[in-house]
Design a binder for this molecule. Structure first.
Ligand code: BTN
Length: 263
């Protein structure tokens, strides 16, 4: 079973080198996203990792819970030098980076559910969620990844962890390094082309990892309305395109359920 002793902050900083401006590991935080969002003077590429969150937040006003040391719970603060309209790609960019890091570090089968849930294991259940928030010129991206979480500890029985998906000897420090390296690389490539997701290969990588595209989906929208159809694409700002009986709909936020998977 993966070790639940603390993430090694010194090793994390050493292996990341100078690409990340400030890397902090704490025993406990209410919510690493909330703390970074309140830190208005934090430099671009600040990282906060907590062994336990006491008020972890999820997408769509949900909560995120994980036993101490059982997962990776971290947020990064970025100041993306790209036009605001394309910031919609950031949550997807984070999903691509997380997917790349998890697959290369553990070899578990994995995919993404739009916008950025990481699905893992033979049944492709949710192993990680990402919450991207912004304030002014700051974007905070929070990742919650179940690593050694047991079936009894899962917040919902439909979720999973890397251990349950077959990777039961994960070094959390090494995995955090891999995630932050991929995140840095993807963010730098994206910024270099002014946030053009097609030009930097981000859109192609996302389409490749995304199990939602080509699937029949039911989407519950923020206002409680739902729509059903085939997920057919991602637009220039990261929104999901769904072909419904009434025509094509563009979804910016919502809870997607795969009714019939594409592959
Ligand atoms: C979701 O699937 O709903 C997104 C979950 C995001 C959880 C992470 S854990 C680190 C960061 N801090 C938070 O409060 N939330 C995010």
């Amino acid at each position: 079973m993966s070790d639940r002793s603390g993430v090694d902050a010194e090793r994390l900083r050493r292996e990341l080198g100078d690409r990340w401006a400030r890397v902090t590991v704490v025993e406990e935080s209410p919510s690493t996203n909330a703390v970074l969002l309140e830190d208005s003077s934090a430099p671009d590429r600040t990282v906060l990792l907590a062994e336990l969150q006491t008020a972890g937040r999820g997408r769509l006003d949900r909560t995120w819970t994980s036993p101490r040391g059982a997962g990776l719970t971290l947020s990064v603060l970025l100041r993306p030098p790209v036009p605001l309209p394309v910031w919609g790609w950031l949550p997807l960019l984070a999903g691509v980076a997380l997917h790349e890091a998890v697959v290369s570090a553990t070899g578990v089968p994995a995919g993404l559910k739009w916008p950025n849930d990481l699905l893992a294991g033979p049944e492709l259940r949710k192993a990680a969620g990402i919450l991207a928030q912004s304030s002014g010129d700051v974007a905070v991206i929070g990742i919650g990844l179940n690593v050694s979480t047991t079936a009894d500890e899962l917040p919902v029985p439909t979720a999973t962890s890397l251990a349950l998906a077959g990777a039961d000897e994960v070094d959390r420090t090494e995995l955090a390094v891999a995630i932050l390296r991929r995140l840095d690389a993807r963010a730098a490539q994206w910024a270099d082309v002014g946030g053009d997701a097609e030009a930097c290969g981000l859109a192609a990588a996302y389409r490749d990892a995304c199990r939602t595209l080509g699937s029949d989906v039911r989407v519950t929208l923020g206002d409680g309305d739902a729509l059903e159809g085939r997920a057919v694409g991602i637009d220039g700002t990261g929104r999901l395109l769904v072909r419904t009986a009434a025509g094509e709909r563009t979804v910016g936020a919502g809870d997607v359920e795969h009714v019939r998977a594409s592959r």
